[in-house]
Design a protein around this ligand. Sequence first.
Ligand code: SF4
Ligand code: SF4
Length: 375
Amino acid sequence: MEYRELKNGYKSSLLGYGCMRLPLMDDGQTVNEVETEKLLMKAYKNGVNYFDTAWPYHGGQSERVVGKIMKQLPRESFYLATKMPAWFVNSLEEAEKVFKEQLEHLQTDYIDFYLLHAMNRGSYDKLKNLGIVDMLQTYKDEGKIKNYGFSFHDDYDAFEYIIKDREWDFCQIQFNYVDKDTQATMKGYELAKELGVPLIIMEPVKGGSLASIPKDVIGPMDEYRPGLTPAAWALSWVGTFDNVKVILSGMTTMEQLDDNLETFKEFKPLSDAEMAAMEKVNEEITARSQNGCTGCKYCMPCPKGVNIPRNFAIWNNYHKFMNRGGAQWEWSQMPEAERPYSCVKCGKCETMCPQKINIRDDLEKVGKEMKELFS
Ligand code: SF4
Ligand code: SF4
């Protein structure tokens, strides 16, 4: 197992266990504790020492199940990470209560890596104004938190604002070979490195999409390392960056765990030639987009409530990754009123689109295709 050094003398396995996609019972909701224990124990025995959970994962079950299983092991032999749910707390007292309950769920008296969860500029300001950012620093001073950081979902400017606002022990961003220009972006990676803030990576396989990309796209990579799976290529790309200290993978099955353990057993960063070939894979994936929507939202709001960029994102991602399950889930999460069927073809949006997209025609295509696929 590859290990990397963070701050404060901490040394973590490069592969971290993301506990947001644990195996479920037949009801599709209850975490299967027996299977989860087999997975976490196997990961631990094979050198994984970073286990990441959060208050909302599996409706609160994740923290409890992880706490119960990890309790069997010597506490100093692994790291626990969990997070303060910014959207859930509206006062210092509520944040205090959440933290206390998290310690109880995890059956521990300290958290190794504690994060402000899913920060954007607004949620960070909220936690600061409520005094929660300072309160958690006090917890760190008291030893209840060993490393203090934040996880991030916003644009580069917000990332720069938050990361420069105080001294952080680490931060967690979305980073993979097709998402170099979204959220914190590659510029954010460089900034964190320059500031000496170690990075924990989430979505290295883009929610599973990069594990199932078509063979004709990833196939040419066989020339370099025959038989490496698409997921292994994605993880290896992320691990090639030296300020990446932990790569979180939300493993649900033993097969996924075994594949990931194999990747990190004797981790080999990608060579320059392999990085260049991966860039070609990225270009090939991008070329499968159905239109050039950048998600800029200049076309919004639509007077009829159609969520134009969201429709196009689902459509383009489906064609790029051919991840039917992922697209179906995204589609099911979108309210009916935001779907293309509400469009009355007034054309107002098209006058605003810098990409000159024929929005009305494309929305019609999205609506037709999604209906054929998912109804
Ligand atoms: S053409 Fe359709 S999507 Fe565009 S603004 Fe009009 S109703 Fe909304
Ligand atoms: S203005 Fe054009 S590019 Fe921007 S989100 Fe709307 S459709 Fe996409």
